[in-house]
Every structure is written in structure tokens, then in C-alpha cells.
Design a protein. Structure first.
Length: 172
């Protein structure tokens, strides 16, 4: 399967120093000698151009990588991303942390999802008090009160936003 057994072959000049094969050293060499953001580009190529469905749990490139469903974590990401992530995935992999909306996402999770999905500039970012965020939270809660068991899809969220706030973020 694509990248399930992630393997990189590279020639790195040997300075004659003692070899260190720790995971940290391997990651350090990847970052120093390769452009890890290309991993995301390759995955996007496989998804869009090849039509390959990458399993969600695939390390680094699966849709479940670096995702939270908990509102408290989304709130933390909005306040100080460094506290909730061990490394800057946007810088290293061109893949920022994401939120998947579920019954535990809360207002902060919904606000974070909107800000990220629509790539809002800092001065336009919504917070959890925005009326659209509150309305979406009420709608999400209703879905789970009606016995929904799965997370909301991006498409469902975008359609509801278009219904509640037509044109607010362009064509959703």
C-alpha cells in the first residue's frame, strides 16, 4: 500500500563520524537532505491523478493524520499550536493540524475547522462566539441527538455553511 511502509533511499555523504541510526537521526537526515513537504505533494498526486484512495490511518498522508475531534484540543490549537503538536507539520509536511467535526468538537473545533477549511487570514478568522459557529454547533448537536454515530464530512459542513451563510466564504 502507498507509503504504509514508508521508505526513503538517499545517499548522504559520510563524514567518517560514528553512525547513529536512531529515529531522531533518521528524521533529522530526512529534513536536512530531503524536502519532506514533497511527501504531501506525492500523496496528493496519487489521490487526484492516479485515483488511489489512501487509507485514512496512513502515516503522514492519511486523512486521519494530525487530526483531533476534541474541542479542547482545537481551542488549544487556536491559542498556541506549539503546545498541541510535537512538530510544525505545516512547515515540514505542508499539512497543518486539522479538526474533524463530531459531537465532541465543540464551538472551538467548528471555528478552527472553518478558519482552516476556508484559509481565512488572521484578521477574518472566526472565534467560537461567531453566530455562524454557534448555529453550526446547534445543528451538529442535533445530528447526534438524532443518533448519528459518525463524524461529519467536510461536504456536509460546507453545505450547511452555504445554507446558513450563503456566499460568506465564496463558493463553498
Amino acid at each position: 500500500a502507498f507509503m504504509s511502509n514508508f521508505e526513503v533511499q538517499a545517499t548522504i555523504e559520510d563524514s567518517g563520524s560514528e553512525k547513529n541510526y536512531s529515529n531522531y537521526r533518521i528524521c533529522e537526515n530526512l529534513v536536512n537532505h530531503l524536502n519532506p513537504a514533497v511527501i504531501t505533494d506525492i500523496a496528493n498526486f496519487f489521490k487526484k491523478d492516479v485515483g488511489y484512495d489512501i487509507p485514512p490511518m496512513t502515516p503522514y498522508v492519511g486523512s486521519a493524520f494530525n487530526v483531533t475531534r476534541a474541542g479542547i484540543h482545537a481551542d488549544g490549537l487556536m491559542k498556541d499550536e506549539e503546545i498541541y503538536t510535537i512538530f510544525d507539520t505545516k512547515k515540514i509536511l505542508n499539512k497543518p493540524p486539522t479538526v474533524q467535526i463530531s459531537k465532541t468538537s465543540g464551538l472551538a473545533g467548528i471555528a478552527y475547522w472553518i478558519n482552516q477549511t476556508f484559509n481565512l487570514p488572521e484578521e477574518e478568522k472566526l472565534d467560537k462566539r461567531d453566530p455562524l459557529v454557534v448555529a453550526l454547533k446547534e445543528w451538529v448537536d442535533l445530528q447526534y441527538e438524532n443518533e448519528r454515530q459518525t463524524a461529519m464530512t467536510d461536504k456536509e459542513m460546507e453545505e450547511k455553511i452555504q445554507e446558513l451563510a450563503p456566499g460568506r466564504f465564496g463558493n463553498t
